[in-house]
Ligand binder design. Structure first.
Ligand code: FE2
Length: 131
């Protein structure tokens, strides 16, 4: 049984709209973990939200003039491609693994992306503000 994933203060990037996006993403991954018949629909909604969140976050990084934007964007693109691929695969042949393992994979990626990669721009922005 999948466990409930939670946003914590340690994940705050210091921008309320992006924190809200992250909370919504976590909510959707939780929904996916417990979805059954409507798995593809929930998965599709999650992929849409991932795409629009990445756009908002990248626009924010661009506005900031964040120097790490290219590699950050590359990580977003690689993940969005991977999730799109997973959704296509599910639609064609279902998953061999359980739905819980899919949401675990998504959660593991998102959590480490927020705590490591997103935190880099959060710390950079904070340091720039202070100087
Ligand atoms: Fe990001």
């Amino acid at each position: 049984m999948a466990h409930l994933m939670k946003w914590t203060d340690a994940m705050s990037v210091g921008v309320e709209t992006l924190d809200e996006d992250h909370r919504q993403l976590i909510h959707l991954i939780n929904n996916l973990a417990y979805a059954d018949a409507d798995f593809a629909e929930v998965f599709n909604r999650l992929l849409d939200y991932i795409t629009s969140h990445f756009e908002r976050e990248e626009a924010h990084l661009e506005a900031l003039g964040y120097p790490g934007i290219d590699s950050h964007r590359a990580q977003h693109d690689a993940f969005a491609d991977r999730v799109g691929e997973m959704l296509r695969h599910y639609r064609e042949s279902g998953f061999d693994t359980t739905d819980g393992q899919v949401s675990d994979f998504l959660w593991t990626w998102l959590k480490s992306h927020i705590l490591i990669e997103d935190m880099k721009y959060a710390i950079w922005a904070r340091a720039r503000q202070a100087s």
